[in-house]
Design a protein around this ligand. Structure first.
Ligand code: HMG
Ligand code: MG
Length: 296
């Protein structure tokens, strides 16, 4: 049976913008965040404390963290101890680390093997948990890798198990390049739900092949009630060839509305936030609900 209520984690300000070549002004990002919060979003990824050489778009992370209108849970990404330190200095209370199941992807994304990353992050996570910081672990290339192909379910579960053992509060498990199908989504999330009953479990679908809504429905059937989505369907990882946008918040909320599953988010207000960011991004907004909104 389907859940009555779903939590949307809005990742537009982070995943949505990180792949944009033109630098979006900090004030525009802050307005986008403000409008998203006012649309009813309670959990949001704001920015990333990553190397500004690797991802110039996120180089204003400190200002964003300090000035943003914070949602109930505002999360920032950090790839390593240095990122965590900078995030905490800026006042972050909720931190997401990220690692790929695929070694090749992980090397391209954070310049370390997967094992090296877990080893380096372990003491960092343990310390954050001592300080009662909320820790989210984002697991990339959980289904497919652009370089290594199909990822085994067991390999994904093994990596998740290491983070759960370190005490993370949440696993966000990602179809980085939008290749998963609904059967694969149902199978992986059923296994994850059974394996890790005590952590928050979130699905993160990119919509490269327009299968994300189908995958979300399959994940709902597997008992998942948390989804990462990006307003406007913006998004993509700069280090994953062929990765395009996240599934659009407004389309997911609309589907859930029609299924009588509540999110607390207002589709029209999300579309207004999209309207603010649209002139500042290089790609067209292709979500169904934004098109309807634009055409009145
Ligand atoms: P590296 O070059 O190996 O770093 O990059 P290093 O440790 O050798 O340090 C080199 C320099 O960077 C040093 O400065 C460090 O201080 C500095 P220098 O001495 O040369 O002046 N540095 C930093 N500066 C700011 N913040 C930091 C930081 N760390 C080191 N945190 C590194 C390794 C991890 C830093 C780099 O590869 C990086 O920043 N990668 C980030 C990549 C990224 O942001 N990817 C997108 C997010 S993940 C994603 O989108 C997937 C997700 O959506 C789920 C899905 O869809 O799959 C979550
Ligand atoms: Mg992503």
């Amino acid at each position: 049976s389907l859940p009555k209520k779903v939590t949307i984690i809005e990742v537009g300000p982070r995943d949505g913008l990180q792949n944009e070549k033109n630098l979006v002004e900090t004030d525009v990002k802050l307005e986008f965040i403000h409008l998203l919060k006012n649309s009813g979003v309670t959990e949001m990824e704001l920015t990333s404390f990553v190397s500004p050489k690797w991802v110039p778009q996120m180089s204003d992370a400190k200002s964003i963290m300090k000035k943003a209108d914070l949602a109930e849970r505002s999360i920032v990404l950090a790839p390593n101890a240095k990122g965590v330190e900078l995030a905490q200095e800026a006042g972050a209370k909720n931190i997401a680390v990220f690692v790929g199941v695929s070694n090749t992807f992980n090397q391209k994304n954070i310049n370390r093997t997967t094992d090296e990353s877990v080893e380096a992050l372990a003491p960092v996570i343990l310390k954050l948990k001592e300080e009662q910081v909320f820790v989210r672990a984002c697991i990339s290339t959980a289904f497919y890798c652009p370089y290594e192909g199909k990822i085994e379910v067991e390999d994904c579960i093994e990596l998740c198990r290491k983070f759960v053992a370190l005490g993370v509060d949440e696993l966000s498990v990602a179809d980085t390049i939008g290749m998963a199908n609904p059967v694969e989504s149902y199978e992986l999330f059923t296994r994850l739900r059974q394996s890790f009953p005590s952590v928050l479990l979130t699905a993160h679908f990119h919509d490269t092949r327009k299968m994300a809504l189908a995958n979300i429905f399959a994940s709902l059937q597997a008992g998942i009630d948390r989804f990462d989505t990006a307003a406007g369907g913006l998004g993509g990882c700069p280090f994953a060839d062929g990765a395009t946008g996240n599934v659009a918040t407004e389309d997911v909320v609309n589907m859930l509305d029609s299924l009588k599953i509540s999110t607390g988010i207002d589709v029209k207000n999300v579309c207004e936030a999209v309207g603010k960011i649209a002139p500042h991004v290089s790609r067209p907004i292709e979500s169904g609900m934004y098109r309807l909104f634009e055409n009145g």
